[in-house]
Design a binder for this molecule. Structure first.
Ligand SMILES: *Cc1c(COP(=O)(O)O)cnc(C)c1O
Length: 430
């Protein structure tokens, strides 16, 4: 594979951008190679600056559920741009998208748009603190909620991938208000939440973890979380930045029929443009400025281009049968993948729900951060490089999800399976 131009761009980028990238995992450090620079993407195919083509299973880390450059999204953008790209005043598209979001997500009565998932989660915990008058945030080891100070405690995503425990620059005075406990552990959850000395404002959780690789929750764990938080007056926040509009139209909460008080959205909701959102119970949301005292604002919030892209995206996923078709395609693919992995001598565990999955290089079930960390990341790196070489674009980290989009054709998925089989054969020999 020729990577001359990517290397040139990367060398230049490293002079002016830290690590040559604007988000750390993109640097591909944990899989032992340099990043490829992308020229364009269409459907499920990504083309790099050297002209190599890849079948994409990253989907920009989640947003591209329709594949890249979907005609409806592109049309919405080209119709909206000539009308002005930011007003700093309300516009009709915001109302339309807010109505669609509240109509789609079962627990959302009101919603506020922001510009990233990070902004959504940090605003949601501020709101929960303002609403309850309490201080502490409970999160789960290996869950990632963006890069705000409060969340950089045993966090997932790039934080695990790069092996960073917390982060310099985050004061102890802030992290002492964050309690991180194991995922899928109902007993620890109960003893923590029942400890009144802790002054807990909220519990924030990925209802399906996607940032330590895909880890599916026990139903009993989620139900217990809902019962306890309700009983104790603690705000329950579902971080559905990945799972929202991914696992069902109404996200994980619809799929599991467990409704949080607040929900954070991002990724898919922006149709590939920078959008986040948080919303939920009206009585809580009414505490946000200007209705209430909890301050949160944004110059580009509700930006017309971003709203138009999000609207175009949501209109397509709301078509009848969309999620059922995606589920059927994903389960077919995952069964074949599990078959290939099972037939090889390489130990793997495949975790999947809906169109998100992770193949962990380990032989024991992966149910939390500790078990995820047992995965053989060296072997994943080798698999990643072999797949890339053969034209399949996987996440450059063991601890991320692979996403199937509506754009993946059966032929592309078949090809990816053939490449996987040959990569596993090489792994078995080494
Ligand atoms: C990606 C992600 C975020 C952060 O969103 P950004 O748009 O990257 O700030 C938050 N929570 C979860 C679950 C995510 O996957």
């Amino acid at each position: 594979m020729k990577t001359e131009k990517s290397s040139q761009y990367f060398n230049k980028a490293c002079q002016v951008i830290p690590g040559g990238v604007n988000s750390p995992v993109r640097a591909c450090k944990s899989v032992g190679c340099d990043p490829l620079f992308v020229a364009s993407a269409k459907g499920s195919i990504i083309t790099d600056v050297d002209g190599n083509e890849f079948i994409d299973f990253v989907g920009s880390w989640g947003p591209m559920i329709l594949g890249h450059a979907h005609p409806d999204v592109v049309a919405a953008l080209s119709e909206t741009a000539p009308l002005g790209t930011s007003f700093g005043a309300p516009c009709p598209l915001e109302v339309e998208l807010a109505e669609l979001v509240c109509d789609s997500v079962p627990s959302m009565e009101k919603v506020r748009f922001v510009s990233s998932g990070t902004e959504a989660t940090m605003s949601a915990i501020r709101l929960a603190r303002g609403f309850t008058g309490r201080n502490k945030v409970v999160k789960f080891d290996g869950c990632y909620h963006g890069h705000a100070d409060s969340f950089l405690v045993k966090a997932g995503s790039g934080v695990i991938t790069l092996g960073i425990p917390g982060s310099p620059g985050v004061p102890n005075d802030i992290v002492k208000n964050t309690i991180s406990i194991p995922y899928n552990d109902s007993a620890t959850l109960e003893s923590t939440l029942r400890d009144e000395t802790l002054d807990i404002a909220c519990v924030i959780v990925e209802p399906v973890a996607g940032n330590m690789g895909v880890v599916v929750p026990d139903m009993a764990f989620l139900q217990k979380m809902r019962e306890l938080t309700r009983e104790l007056g603690i705000v329950l926040i579902f971080d559905e930045v990945i799972t929202g509009f991914r696992l069902a139209l109404g996200g994980a909460q619809e799929r599991f029929a467990v409704l949080p008080d607040l929900t954070c959205l991002g990724k898919i909701i922006g149709g590939g443009l920078p959008v986040g959102a948080y919303g939920g119970r009206k009585d809580i949301m009414d505490n946000i400025a200007p209705d209430g005292p909890v301050y949160q604002a944004g110059t580009l919030s509700g930006n017309p281009l971003a709203m138009a892209a999000g609207l175009a995206m949501l209109k397509v996923v709301r078509e009848p049968g969309f999620y059922q078709r995606l589920e059927e395609k994903s389960s077919w693919f995952a069964e074949r993948l599990a078959g290939i992995a099972g037939a090889s001598s390489v130990p793997t565990v495949l975790n999947r729900i809906g169109s998100m999955m992770t193949c962990f290089f380990t032989d024991a079930p992966v149910t939390d951060f500790e078990s995820a960390m047992k995965a053989d990341t060296q072997r994943y790196g080798k698999h990643f490089r072999q797949m890339l070489e053969s034209g399949v674009w996987l996440a450059p980290s063991q601890f991320e999800a692979a996403f199937i989009s509506a754009a993946h054709t059966e032929e592309e998925l078949e090809n990816a399976l053939v490449m996987t089989e040959s990569s596993f054969k090489k792994l078995a020999k080494s």
